[in-house]
Write a protein that binds this ligand. Sequence first.
Ligand code: FAD
Length: 546
Amino acid sequence: MNKVAHYLQEHLIGEVFTSPDTRSYFSTDGSILRIMPSFVVYPRNENDIRKTARFTWQLAERGRVIPITARGMGTDTGGAAIGTGISLVFPAHMHKVLELDPKSGVVAVQPGTNFGMLQQTLHTHGRIIPIYPLSSEYTSVGGAVANNSSGERSGKYGSARDYVKSMRLILANGELIETGRISKRELSKKLGLASFEGEVYRKLDTLIEENKEIITNMPQLPKIASAGYALADVKRRDGSFDLTPLLVGSQGTLGLISEVVFDSEPFNPETTVMTATFSTRALALEAAQELAAISERPAIIDFIDKHLIEDVYRINPQLLKDVIDPPLPEIMLYIEFDDASTRQQKRLAKKARKIIEKHDGFLAIANEEHDVDRLKAVRDSMATMWTHVEGSARALPIIDDAVVPIAQLGALLSGIDDMMQRAKQAVYGVSGSALSGAVHVVPLLDVTQIGDRQKIFRFIDEYYALVISLGGSISADHGDGRIRGALLEHQFGATVTELFKAVKAVFDPYGTLNPGVKFGTTLDDVKLIVRSDYSARQNLQHLPRV
Ligand SMILES: Cc1cc2nc3c(=O)[nH]c(=O)nc-3n(C[C@H](O)[C@H](O)[C@H](O)COP(=O)(O)OP(=O)(O)OC[C@H]3O[C@@H](n4cnc5c(N)ncnc54)[C@H](O)[C@@H]3O)c2cc1C
């Protein structure tokens, strides 16, 4: 054990690991990248996190930077959960629901808590945090918050940022702070603090005041966008101030979350589900826009595009039986109503049926429980692609994230087809939400082949340029990480990117918190850390729902 690891083990209650096996395990996440940490720490409590941060801060003051990469379950697809230095792994010990008020639905949890388990706990009290990442069964709360996660219901309910009330956060120097909206008067008190917390408030407030115009004129991205830092909602017109919206989506680059307090919504397990297939995308997307405009909008309008339908049909046609049969449609919509009253759901489903029929859609509505399961299974069968292997080609998470205004979905889908045709890319899947505008594209590529490796970077360049040109955000529910972080300047321009870097410097003056994530990594750097043994191994336990 090296000196640093030895010192930490002496001072922490949690474990410190240096073995090659452990380091190798934490050298990968859900991305195609690999970075080996120097050692791995399992904090047992808040004090362990504080001591680890304080120690790296003191070393950094003397010129030695040992980065800390916060880690939940490591499913991040942009390489945000890997780094050199210390991998600080929360789920091992810090996985408890601390407090739950069944009346208000407010719940306080430790960051390593499994998100799916938290939802189940809430369900028993008739509540839900409706951001629902597809991967929630095997992700942590800390990861979901740090990535501003969103999911199937986010078009109606929003993303993590809409449900995090406050958090406890360890700053880069080990200080513990509590966030939450504070009044103008409370802000003045914070500004007067002699601590690092005071310095953070002072410097951030000055930055916001000096850059008001830039912040106000920042590109208006779709609601669930996660690119960069969410500066706009920190200081409101009434002078109130809250660090929470900034920290949600900050990917461990501004501080280490040690507790999260969430709001939740009432949960109705009985939903009305329908799927509709269409012979053209244009008709489906028109229908989706009309469906989204129903006053009590659906909770979910997911779409699955023809390439993905064709791929699943080729891989396992039984999965689609009776819902999607040949001739295969151009696109399928999956729609779900979750209103509290079942009568209201039925009324809305009737409206939806009319809209779909008007657009020549072919409907399947679920009445019985087994029908609901059948339709959900068809939607979930699309997860088949994420873990599909052909030879040594796999579905790579490289252009897996983005969100565009829903009016631009058609243009985006056509652009994707053009891009794939030009690259002679035959196998790829596209799915997303016609309610939030989030889109996921997974091309099947072989990382060991030079031609396919070149395609990876060609797709990253072309796809995200297309997303930006359509007024979209390069990051929606998967975060910037290292891959999309390299494109932040394309998204926001040089001035806003410099402002983001200044925010980072306020919280992390020595660069100990997840350096290389969001900033400081170029696509050329990324090329050097692509791993040839990429697989979606960590997802296999959870098939078919990825
Ligand atoms: C197949 C697949 C499907 C996916 N679908 C979705 C989806 O539908 N919606 C969605 O939002 N995401 C999705 N993701 C991405 C990812 O699973 C989520 O963003 C997830 O919430 C990350 O949680 P995690 O515990 O795995 O975090 P990790 O991958 O471990 O970390 C993610 C980020 O959070 C930071 N972090 C973790 N814990 C802390 C902490 N305590 N303090 C500060 N920073 C911290 C890490 O440093 C890193 O930057 C998907 C991924 C895969 C592979």
